[in-house]
Design a protein around this ligand. Structure first.
Ligand code: ATP
Ligand code: MG
Length: 565
C-alpha cells in the first residue's frame, strides 16, 4: 500500500503465524486468500476479512489470492465479480496476478472425486434431499446408512461419469463422501460432494458442466492447489474443519493448509447476510447495492467513507473468536477521524434564510481568502465571495436572546465565519408570520480583526446569494430501527425494522461557489454541519451532495448507552 500505515494490532491468528514462521512450517512462507462468492456485493464484514487476509500477506511478505468461490452458478454473475474486484482495489489491496476461480479447478475436483470413489471413500447416492436429511439423524441420534452406501467402485465410477454426462435430472443423484453416519459431528455423516445442476450457464465455464462441487469439497482443495498456508474463515466453519481436513487427508495432494476461524463482524442497525441485502435491493427498499444507507463497500464509498477509515475500523475492532456486535459509533468515529484530517473545509447553508446588509454598498462585492483546513496549511486556501445579500442557516437565528443561544438574535451580533461581524437590525416576516429575511448591518473594521470595545462570541457560516451554488443535499439515518435487526422479536423479521425516514432530501441548499468544480466522490467538511460527499448523481447543473457523517456522534441519542461487551 502506498500510504503510510498504522501498525496493525496483533491477534491470535498472527500469533499462530508467528509461531509457524519461527518453526519453519511451510518453509516460512505465508499465503492467504480472500474467497468471496460472487452472489452479491461486498459489505463491511467482508472488509474485515479482506484487511485480515491481505494485511497478513503484506506484513509477512507473503501473498494473498483473490479467489472467487463460484460453485453455485444459479446465484452468481459477472456484475458481482467486477464489483467485488473494484471494492477490493478501492480498499487499497492488490492481488496482482493472483486472481483465481474455484471453477478453474473443476477438472481437478472431478479427478479427486474419482480418487475417493476408487478408494471406496465416496459413493453415488440416489436418495433425494429429504431422504438424505432424514437418514442423517440428529445431534442425539446416529444417522442411518444410505441403501446405496455399499455400491461397488465400478458402479460408482459408472454412475458418477453418467452424472457428469448429463444423464440424470437435478436431485436424482449426488456424490457423497463415505465417512461415518454415526459421527457426533453432523458434517461428517457422509456429506454431499457433488450435485447435479443441469441447464444452467456458468459465468466462467458456460455449459461445460452439469455437476457442481459443494463448498466443503471445493474449498480445501482450492486452498491446497493454490498452496495456501493459512485458510482464514469465520466461526460458522469451525464444525466443518474436520471435513476440510478429511478431504485433504484422503486425496493425493501434498499441501494441507491450516483452517483457522475467527468471529464475524456484526454491526448494529445492520444486516450483513447477502440474502437479506439482495432482498433489500430486489424489493426496492433501497436504491441499489450502492445506496449510501447500505452496509456495502459500494454504498459506503458513495456515501463518502474512505478506504483508510474502513481499514482503521478493521484494525480497531480486532480479530478474536468471540461473537459480538459493534456499535455504529465506532465506525463513524473512524470516518470522522480520517475526514477531520483530510477533508477540505467549505461553507454550505442547508436551510437558507436571507440576510441583507444595509450598509454594504449595492452592486459591490469582495473576495476573501479562506484556509481549506484550520490546522493544515499545506491544504491551501480558496476564495469566498462576499456581497450585500447572503444566506445564513435558519437554525442560526432566533428572535429572542437566551443565554445558551450563541448565534444571531434580534439586535445582537455574530461573526460570519472568515468574514465580518454583523448585527441583526430588523426581522421581516410574510403574511403568515414566517421570517423571510433579516436586515442587518456589518462592521467594516472586523474582517480578520476583533470588534472594538465589545465581545462577539458566536460564529456562523454563510454564503453570498449572488455567487452561491444551489444544490440538493441528502441526509441519511439508520436504515433499520433495531440495533440487532436479525434478532428483533417485535415484528416479523428484519424488513419490519426498516426506517421509512432513513433518507431525506433537502432541496434549495446553497453552497459556496468554490464547490462548483467538485467531482463525484470528493468529500468536504461543510463547516458546523458535517462531512459531505459529492454523489454520483451530481452534475454541475444539478449538484447533489450526500451527508457522509455528522460532526459529532449522533448515535448516542438513538441507542441509550450500554455497557460495552
Ligand atoms: P453470506 O452468508 O451472507 O452469503 P458469506 O460469508 O457466505 O456471506 P462469502 O462471499 O462467502 O460470504 O464471504 C467471503 C469471505 O468473507 C469468507 O471468508 C467469509 O468468512 C468472510 N466474511 C463474510 N462475512 C463476514 C463478516 N460479517 N465478518 C467477517 N468476515 C466475513
Ligand atoms: Mg460463503
Amino acid at each position: 500500500m502506498s500510504e503510510e500505515k498504522e501498525t496493525t494490532p496483533t491477534n491470535f491468528i498472527r500469533h499462530i503465524i508467528d509461531a509457524d514462521v519461527k518453526a519453519g512450517k511451510n518453509e516460512g512462507r505465508v499465503a492467504t486468500r480472500f474467497p468471496p462468492e460472487p452472489n452479491g456485493y461486498l459489505h463491511i464484514g467482508h472488509a474485515k476479512s479482506i484487511c485480515l487476509n491481505f494485511g497478513i500477506a503484506e506484513d509477512y511478505q507473503g501473498t494473498c489470492n483473490l479467489r472467487f468461490d463460484d460453485t453455485n452458478p444459479h446465484k452468481e454473475n459477472t456484475e458481482y465479480i467486477e464489483a467485488i474486484k473494484e471494492d477490493v482495489r478501492w480498499l487499497g489491496y492488490d492481488w496482482g496476478q493472483r486472481l483465481f476461480f474455484s471453477s478453474d479447478y473443476f477438472d481437478q475436483l472431478y479427478g479427486y472425486a474419482v480418487e475417493l470413489i476408487k478408494a471406496g471413500k465416496a459413493y453415488v447416492c440416489d436418495l433425494d434431499a429429504d431422504a438424505i436429511r432424514a437418514y442423517r439423524g440428529t445431534l442425539t441420534e446416529a444417522g442411518r446408512a444410505s441403501p446405496y452406501r455399499d455400491r461397488s467402485v465400478e458402479d460408482n465410477l459408472d454412475l458418477f461419469a453418467r452424472m457428469k454426462a448429463g444423464e440424470f435430472e437435478d436431485g436424482a443423484r449426488v456424490l457423497r463422501a463415505r465417512i461415518d453416519m454415526a459421527a457426533p459431528n453432523m458434517n461428517m455423516r457422509d456429506p454431499t460432494l457433488f450435485r447435479i445442476r443441469r441447464g444452467v450457464v456458468h459465468h466462467q465455464t458456460g455449459e461445460a458442466w452439469c455437476i457442481y462441487p459443494m463448498y466443503d469439497f471445493t474449498h480445501p482443495i482450492s486452498d491446497a492447489i493454490e498452496g495456501i498456508t493459512h485458510s482464514l474463515c469465520t466461526l460458522e466453519f469451525e464444525d466443518h474443519r474436520p471435513l476440510y481436513d478429511w478431504v485433504l487427508d484422503n486425496i493425493s495432494i501434498a499441501c494441507h493448509p491450516q483452517q483457522i476461524e475467527f468471529s464475524r463482524l456484526n454491526l448494529e442497525h445492520t444486516v450483513m447476510s447477502k440474502r437479506k441485502l439482495t432482498e433489500l435491493v430486489n424489493d426496492g427498499r433501497v436504491q441499489g447495492w450502492d445506496d449510501p444507507r447500505m452496509p456495502t463497500l459500494a454504498g459506503m464509498r458513495r456515501r463518502g467513507y474512505t478506504p483508510k477509515s474502513l481499514r482503521m475500523f478493521c484494525d480497531r475492532i480486532g480479530v478474536t473468536k468471540s461473537d459480538n456486535v459493534v456499535e455504529m459509533g465506532v465506525l463513524e468515529a473512524c470516518v470522522r477521524e480520517d475526514l477531520n484530517d483530510n477533508a477540505p473545509r467549505r461553507m454550505a447553508v442547508l436551510r437558507p434564510l436571507e440576510v441583507e446588509i444595509d450598509n454594504y454598498p449595492e452592486g459591490e462585492g469582495e473576495v476573501i481568502e479562506a484556509a481549506n483546513h484550520p490546522q493544515n496549511e499545506a491544504m491551501g486556501s480558496r476564495q469566498l465571495s462576499f456581497s450585500r445579500r447572503l444566506y445564513i442557516d435558519r437554525n442560526d437565528f432566533r428572535e429572542e436572546a437566551s443565554k445558551k443561544f450563541k448565534r444571531l438574535v434580534t439586535g445582537g451580533e455574530v461573526r460570519l465565519r472568515n468574514a465580518y461581524v454583523i448585527r441583526c437590525d430588523e426581522v421581516i416576516k410574510d403574511a403568515q408570520g414566517e421570517i423571510v429575511k433579516l436586515r442587518c448591518s456589518y462592521d467594516p473594521k472586523t474582517l480578520g480583526a476583533k470588534p472594538e470595545g465589545r465581545k462577539v462570541k458566536g460564529v456562523i457560516h454563510w454564503v453570498s446569494q449572488d455567487h452561491a451554488l444551489e444544490a440538493e443535499v441528502r441526509l441519511f439515518d439508520r436504515l433499520l430501527h433495531h440495533p440487532s435487526p436479525d434478532t428483533a422479536t417485535d415484528g416479523g423479521g428484519f424488513k419490519d425494522q426498516i426506517n421509512p425516514e432513513s433518507l431525506s432530501s433537502l432541496r434549495g441548499c446553497f453552497l459556496e461557489a468554490s464547490l462548483s468544480g467538485a467531482q463525484p466522490g470528493e468529500v468536504f467538511q461543510f463547516e458546523r454541519e458535517g462531512y459531505f460527499c459529492v454523489d454520483k448523481d451530481h452534475s454541475p447543473a444539478q449538484p447533489v451532495f450526500n451527508r457522509t457523517v455528522t460532526l459529532r456522534d449522533s448515535w448516542a441519542k438513538i441507542d441509550p448507552p450500554r455497557k460495552s461487551q
